[in-house]
Write a protein that binds this ligand. Sequence first.
Ligand code: NDP
Length: 303
Amino acid sequence: MTTDGSGSGNGSGNGSGSVRVSVLGLGAMGGALAAALVKAGHTTTVWNRSPGKADGLVALGARAAATAGDAVRAGELVVVCLLDHASVHEVLDPLSGDLAGRALVNVTTTSPEQSRELAAWADRAGIAYLDGGIMAVPDMIGGPGSSVLYSGSAEVFQRYEALLGLWGTGDHFGEDAGLASLYDLALLAGMYVMFAGFMQGAAMVAPAGVSAREFASRAAPWLTAMTGSFQEYAEVIDGGDYTVEGQQSLEFSDLGDILAAGSAQGVGTEAVAMVQGLIRRQIDAGHGTEGFARVYESLRRPA
Ligand code: NDP
């Protein structure tokens, strides 16, 4: 299931127009989510632990609640965007009775196990729970490229699909509340390793007088072009045959030259050494002539 993310929706899935929605947590992200709801005409109540953060939203048309309990009681749909799992429990635990019978969407970043734990807590309290993982920074909310991953109650996702679509394209991954978080963290894993790779390269060229900015202008189109390989690797991984013709072999992929060049420049080489370790494990196990995608097996079966 996917929301369109066009930002044009204005109401619940049942077509009744304005939703009574409450947002708990008005940090950088919670504030952006709440602003999108207010601007779309939803009856939005906001609450934040520290005072002052609701002022701009009230100017837009939101109602500020004095307590988290007041905010929960004002909304049929309660959105939580706090720092972490512990802060979510700290705020919601005393309010389980008020939340009973309402829909709760938690877009706080949590681990899959924490999401499942909160879903079980909500289930025991009679709260319909949808977990969300935001794949955007606050400035992107409601704009192109923003997406939010959901799992947990499909019923809540469908009922509020238009409203959720105001933040970005929404996808529902299933009733297991931990799946959105798992997907979120897996995507972030890819992002951080890519960033480390960029910084590895920037550190290597710096001693030659190349600025990080100059390097970035080359690295961005190069890495963008390379993402085209993901689908090809994925086909090999899903097919489970790393001997398919036409693949770059693991032996060919040896990163010794890159490590040597980095060392010669006098910089650390940990980022690329990590990848070399994954490659070497497969070569040492006798798979050197097989495709580079076999690196996946080094991760799937940890040493
Ligand atoms: P901020 O640090 O800007 O805001 C944190 C919010 O949590 C504030 O409203 C803060 O209240 C509140 N808070 C923290 N601890 C408690 C507590 N014990 N009790 C009550 N309220 C508490 O973070 P963001 O808004 O950027 O992030 C919020 C969530 O969104 C995080 O889980 C983050 O991982 C996720 N997210 C953020 C993204 C981003 O780019 N910013 C991207 C994707 C996800 P107070 O003002 O009183 O301190």
